[in-house]
Design a protein around this ligand. Structure first.
Ligand code: AMP
Ligand code: MG
Length: 418
């Protein structure tokens, strides 16, 4: 299990910026050293445990990029057409390939090995065939045109995939191109998740009049799944410090991360802080983020704990900025900074400088073709429809105090956040 010292998250300021929190996590959280070997098809979403060195060059042999005619550039003309007899027909997968005779062209197809002596391929669309079957080549083609030299993609012995890479389908493709059937990956990070609140009922259970169904836990578990985690669902814990402390004590040491939602404010019925302090060390983060603040982070018996706020949108946004980098750090993944893409604001907004704000927005294409962000009309951090009916978050940095329509702003699509 992940072992952290009790003071590893200690920090000085009363309000931590998002960037400070992310750097602190990267510097304090140790990667899990456990590795497993999994078959290629099961590697999507997993974190690569070591570099994958190219066991062969890619492409493995020099081949034609087009259907056409292979020639030796020594025979090519700069200014005049030339006519060559066509000898040989080389298909993709050809097992034997005669050397190209001087003053000849060979019929060749995409992916077929270039015959010895040939170094350039004319596309079939660019040539003519004369009545005797000879090929008429236009002048001016550069040497090496339409040829894919062995190793042009990745040389043998080069680093194909880097340790810490979170694997996606194109990384899987590269491993397959190397002929690999299995990869060594970091074992899944195990996360114990529970919600806190007397007002919560689990879907499928009876719901009393003043209760609502627990939506955060299912959102957070789904988000954790996307990060490749293994989840222990601890359900709902009542708002009392003893149940909370007992719940936490039970799972600490048995998972890599404890994730809770709700009960982290400083209200009388917010007991996560007291429960953690009674059995571990809690660093209360008043993170300078809206929606979000407060977010708690602590250590119980060496196991990190993150306590997210209860409002669903605050829970979502703080997951992205605190839980995501923690899970990546625990799994030894390369940092994946969130890079907002510039779009044009189609709204007016006022904010307090000194904190970062995320505005839920929908994208649309304006008449001039530019992408515009339209702010969701309501602001409550409890509105699930504000996430469901939008495409992503406009990020407004700490120094910004207002946004006018037409201004460029950074946009993070939901799809890029996990
Ligand atoms: P808290 O952070 O516990 O003060 O909760 C803030 C608001 O979020 C309250 O209105 C809660 O009812 C709501 N809330 C807390 N936990 C959840 C949850 N798991 N699912 C949906 N709403 C929640
Ligand atoms: Mg609560």
């Amino acid at each position: 299990m992940a072992q952290l010292s009790d003071d590893c998250f200690a920090f000085g300021g009363p309000m931590m910026s998002v960037d400070e929190a992310v750097s602190l996590i990267a510097a304090s959280v140790n990667a899990i050293p456990d590795i497993e070997t999994v078959s290629l098809l099961d590697t999507d979403g997993r974190v690569l445990a070591g570099n994958v060195i190219a066991p062969l060059p890619l492409p493995p042999f020099t081949n034609s990029a087009v259907d056409g005619y292979a020639v030796s550039s020594a025979r090519m003309m700069n200014t005049a057409e030339q006519t060559l007899p066509v000898v040989g027909r080389i298909q993709a997968g050809a097992t034997s390939c005669e050397p190209l005779k001087a003053d000849h062209a060979a019929r060749i197809f995409t992916g077929a090995p270039l015959p010895p002596g040939a170094d350039t391929v004319f596309m079939q669309e660019d040539v003519r065939i004369d009545p005797s079957g000879k090929v008429i080549l236009p002048p001016g083609l550069r040497q090496g045109a339409n040829v894919r030299p062995a190793g042009e993609d990745i040389p043998q012995g080069g680093i194909g995939l880097q340790a810490g890479q979170r694997l996606r389908p194109h990384h899987v493709a590269l491993a397959a191109a190397f002929g690999l059937t299995h990869l060594k990956v970091v074992r899944r990070i195990s996360v114990a998740v529970f919600s806190t609140g007397n007002e919560l009922a689990s879907p499928g259970e009876a719901r009393a009049g003043a209760q609502l169904f627990d939506s955060n836990r299912f959102m957070l578990m789904a988000m954790l799944r996307r990060l490749g985690c293994e989840i222990t669902d601890l359900g709902i814990v009542r708002d009392d410090p003893i149940s909370l402390a007992n719940g936490l004590k039970k799972v600490a040491g048995e998972c890599d991360l404890i994730l809770t939602t709700g009960g982290v404010s400083t209200g009388e019925e917010d007991h996560v802080k007291a429960a953690v302090e009674s059995i571990g060390t809690l660093v209360m983060w008043r993170m300078a983020i809206k929606p979000g603040r407060p977010v708690a982070m602590g250590i119980i018996g060496g196991t990190p704990l993150i306590g997210l706020p209860g409002n669903p949108v605050a829970s979502f946004v703080t997951f992205v900025h605190v839980v995501r980098p923690t899970v990546l750090a625990l799994s030894g993944a390369l940092p994946e900074p969130l890079i907002p893409m510039p779009v044009r604001a189609a709204f007016t907004y006022k904010k307090k400088p000194g904190r970062r704000e995320y505005v839920r927005a929908t994208l649309r294409k304006a008449n001039d073709g530019a992408l515009e962000a339209i702010k969701f009309p309501r602001e409550g951090a409890g509105l699930l429809s504000s996430l469901v009916d939008t495409d992503g978050l406009v990020e407004l940095g700490e120094t910004i105090s207002q946004i006018q329509p037409g201004q460029s702003v950074g946009f993070l699509p939901y799809a890029s956040l996990l």
